[in-house]
Design a protein around this ligand. Structure first.
Ligand SMILES: [Zn+2]
Length: 207
């Protein structure tokens, strides 16, 4: 009886230990799973808030969230979603129907017409005034993606380049943000360094 009692206590202790170890492991696994799901949800939430705030005119398609659900690695899934959003940004078509036809006389200034003519590859002397007029005409928004820009982050683009006979008339100019300027510029290599990519990847790292 004495020995049986000891056996009983020892086996009970072993069982208890095993149960504790099991519960602890399961709890840890569940916690990890729960945390990962929460982290993905947090990322998607932050991503949507960022896109809606900075590109209110663009309807991003979020079906990639559902399409990527079989991806087991949550970090990879976040990058899949992020890259699809960045690709959608790259594919935005410029709304050419919104190109201004003319510039009202009251918005012009005395040297406006004279300086609108290209002059041996030099920018017009009233370039800042033109930038300012573009800024005001488009209400401080990028013509392509609609994101808010400042005078310092405004990149004027000529609809018809000077080389193709374009001039510096305001109706031949649109203001762009830095990303859209990169995407529409000749050298496509620059387009891999987009602000939108930096911001979205930063959201991944912080969620
Ligand atoms: Zn833009």
């Amino acid at each position: 009886m004495y020995f049986l009692g000891t056996d009983y206590i020892i086996s009970s202790l072993i069982w208890l230990l095993a149960i504790f170890a099991f519960v602890f492991t399961v709890k840890k696994l569940i916690g990890k799973l729960f945390y990962k799901k929460e982290s993905l949800a947090l990322f998607i939430n932050k991503l949507k808030i960022y896109l809606e705030k900075h590109f209110p005119d663009i309807k991003f398609d979020f079906t990639i969230i559902e399409l990527s659900k079989n991806e087991q690695n949550p970090e990879l899934r976040k990058y899949t979603i992020a890259d699809e959003m960045i690709d959608q940004f790259k594919r935005i078509k410029i709304n050419t129907s919104k190109y201004p036809k003319t510039t009202p006389k009251e918005l012009q200034w005395s040297s406006y017409v004279f300086n609108s003519e290209p002059n041996r590859g030099k920018l017009p002397p009233d370039w800042m005034q033109r930038k300012n007029a573009l800024f005001l005409r488009e209400h401080g928004k990028c013509f392509r993606c609609g994101t808010a820009i400042t005078m310092n982050t405004l990149y004027p683009k000529l609809i018809i380049p000077i080389a193709d006979g374009g001039k510096y008339y305001l109706e031949n100019m649109i203001p762009l943000c830095s990303d859209c300027d990169k995407l529409l510029s000749e050298s496509s290599q620059k387009s891999s360094y987009l602000n939108i990519k930096d911001v979205i990847y930063d959201i991944i790292e912080k969620s």
